[in-house]
Design a protein around this ligand. Structure first.
Ligand SMILES: Cc1ncc(C[n+]2csc(CCOP(=O)(O)OP(=O)(O)O)c2C)c(N)n1
Ligand SMILES: CC(=O)[C@@H](O)[C@H](O)COP(=O)(O)O
Ligand SMILES: [Mg+2]
Length: 617
């Protein structure tokens, strides 16, 4: 029987790839691209970046002796070709699914996955660590960081360049420049990269590439460059050269011949190398080339038409936030909306169109986003930072030192709080209640439904200090959303059901399953609303009228909202029996969100069962 993938069938591991002729690589790339398209159409996943990285992946595995030579993929959302060529082709049917392979490189999954990723801009640091380890062991091994132009905008990438350029380790940084982050890339660096691409600079840069690949003695080269600087003849590539790298490029990242030649030459060089390649996001699939943003991360779609499975009918929390932001901006001229490179995911598209002069995409720069907001707040603005829970982890010091310590009125709209499903543990917002509730001055809220989310965001805006509202990925229970906005009483929860013996103190997304479980148990349910300040009076009242208190949160049970309740009870000298339910002390693998919650015992059945297990008859 004929196969649509005759060459790909011959490549189980990269060693097989290295048996192919240079001419066969082109055919392999075409097959690989078709395979990825049809595979991701079934499973969903990060399509556009993967289509753009096919030739690069083949060339890297062809030239470098992987896994001995180390490839470190930044973010890792472009690693599907790498997974397929390193023994996981069959496993692609389970990509990002329960018990299937991860959407990002994962060390447990394969020796070819040298470093676990998901968050951006870590690759240069990690590859540098590996390069230094090789140097210390006296090994000739090469380490390669593959980083996109979006990921390159983060401070961490520059911290790593700064360090690497001053260490004579065998590190290669490949900048995969497709002129896109998730949405169009932003910032001065992006403008600079675009200038490198423009005709005049491109030609000069090519000469620079030839020069680096030639045999110019280092001292002569240094003298030449110093002379150029004195004369003001700064050539392209200077930025990376100033960091101590040999800059090579830009070259066409879809031309396998050029890629293989260039990488082969670079592999012979010692010290820090920087290769700038230019690719197209979505390459080879017209719908994705035309709309790379839509196909950055897609659910199941029809590869023939490009039609993507439609989203849920109910509005997501992200949409609730986006609508609130526009309504709030109309009423509050001091409002500024900020996103660290997540315009679509955070629900800021409409705001960016209606209020372009009050909208700031700061690039992948979570730390800067918060301190930038702090600065605006110092001068009377009311910044709203829309940020994923998992990415806020990057900006913890900025939150404490720059915002909370100075009690500045910055609103954090924290999306993707709790488990997120297919992206898995790298993207889960499992810790924010724990790491936020200990920060002085901060008001912390968790809505149980869409309307509460809108009103909490409004409440946050009325406060004189920092406030955070954390809400989950996807839709809520489907509450009617009032167009009017009103402030909730700060630090007050709400009793939603009166029952006997057991009181469920539920936070945010746990209110709905708590109500369902409570109906079967005849338990009381409180929507606690505020993690900080906690409604101590309500805790006291429930403790005095029930035998058992059960706290529920979609956050690590350690140090989270349940811990706040326990601390409160201790302060009050009350000793009811307490069961704290939340996420366990482990990283939870990717999969379907509902299944993950069920596995943690956080669906209605699990809650009921846990309570029945603990309750004496
Ligand atoms: C710290 C962090 N912030 C934000 C993100 C979300 N994110 C994932 S990919 C991406 C864009 C990356 O752009 P680029 O590196 O150019 O890769 P491309 O998507 O163009 O292939 C963003 C913002 C992330 N993964 N990590
Ligand atoms: C790779 C990455 O960090 C993003 O693309 C992320 O996968 C988006 O997640 P959402 O789908 O929840 O917006
Ligand atoms: Mg990019």
């Amino acid at each position: 029987m004929s196969t649509p993938y005759p060459l790909l069938d011959r490549v189980a591991v990269p060693a097989d790839l290295r048996e192919l002729s240079r001419a066969q690589l082109e055919t392999l790339a075409a097959e690989l691209r078709v395979f990825i398209l049809h595979s991701v159409a079934q499973t969903g996943g990060h399509l556009a970046s993967n289509l753009g990285a096919v030739e690069l992946t083949i060339a890297l595995h062809y030239v470098f002796n992987t896994p001995d030579d180390r490839l470190v993929w930044d973010v890792g959302h472009q690693s599907y070709a790498h997974k397929i060529l390193t023994g996981r082709r069959e496993a692609m049917t389970g990509l990002r699914k329960t018990r299937g392979i991860a959407g990002f490189p994962k060390r447990d999954e394969s020796p070819f996955d040298t470093f676990g990723t998901g968050h951006s801009s870590t690759s240069i640091s990690a590859a540098l660590g590996m390069a230094v380890a090789a140097k210390r062991a006296g090994l000739e091994r090469r380490s390669v960081a593959i980083i996109g132009d979006g990921a390159m905008t983060a401070g961490m990438a520059f911290e790593a360049l700064n360090n690497a350029g001053d260490i004579d380790a065998n590190l290669l940084v490949v900048l995969n420049d497709n002129d896109m982050s998730i949405s169009p890339n932003v910032g001065a660096l992006n403008n600079y990269l675009a200038r490198l691409m423009s005709g005049r600079f491109y030609a000069a840069a090519r000469r620079a590439g030839e020069k680096v690949l030639g045999k110019v003695p280092p001292m002569l080269e240094l003298a030449r460059r110093t002379e150029e600087h004195v004369k003001g003849m700064v050539t392209p590539g200077t930025l990376f050269e100033e960091f101590g790298f040999n800059y090579i490029g830009p070259i066409d990242g879809h031309d396998l011949g050029v890629l293989v030649d260039t990488l082969t030459n670079i592999r012979r060089l010692h010290g820090p190398q920087f290769l700038h390649i230019v690719t197209r996001k979505g390459k080879g699939y017209p719908p994705a080339e035309d709309n790379p943003c839509l196909y950055h991360g897609v659910s199941h779609f029809d590869p023939d038409t490009g039609i993507v499975e439609t989203a849920a009918a109910r509005p997501t929390y992200t949409q609730v936030f986006g609508d609130w932001l526009c309504d709030m901006a109309a009423a509050e001229p001091r409002l500024i909306g900020i996103t660290p490179a997540m315009r679509e995911g955070s629900g800021l598209v409409r705001f960016s169109e209606e209020y372009p002069d009050r909208y700031f995409d700061v690039g992948i720069a979570e730390q800067h986003a918060l301190t930038f907001a702090a600065g605006l707040a110092c001068d009377g603005y009311r910044p709203v930072v829309a940020i994923y829970s998992t990415f806020l982890q990057r900006a913890y010091d900025q939150l404490i030192h720059d915002i909370a310590l100075q009690n500045l009125p910055v609103v954090l709209a924290i999306d993707r709080a709790g488990l997120v499903g297919a992206d898995g543990p790298t993207h889960a917002g499992s810790f924010d209640l724990s790491y936020l509730r200990c920060v002085p001055n901060l008001t912390l809220m968790a809505p149980s439904d869409e309307n509460e989310c809108r009103q909490m965001l409004y409440t946050a805006m009325t406060l004189d200090g920092p406030a955070a509202v954390r809400y989950p990925r996807g839709s809520g229970p489907g509450a009617a959303i009032e167009s009017a906005m009103h402030a909730l009483p700060v630090g007050k929860g709400m009793l939603r059901r009166h029952g006997q013996r057991v009181a469920l103190l539920a936070f945010g997304s746990m209110v709905a399953p708590a109500l369902a479980a409570a109906a079967r148990l005849d338990a009381s349910v409180a929507d606690m609303r505020f993690v900080k300040p906690l409604d101590e009076a309500l805790v006291q009242q429930l403790a005095q009228t029930h035998e058992w208190l059960v706290t529920l949160e979609e956050n690590a049970v350690m140090g989270g909202a349940g811990s706040a309740v326990s601390e409160c009870l201790q302060r009050l000298g009350l000793q009811p029996r307490v069961l704290q339910m939340g996420l366990p002390d482990t990283f939870i693998d990717h999969g379907d969100h509902a299944t993950m919650l069920k596995d943690c015992g956080l669906d209605a059945n699990g809650i009921e069962a846990a309570i029945r297990r603990h309750l004496p008859e």
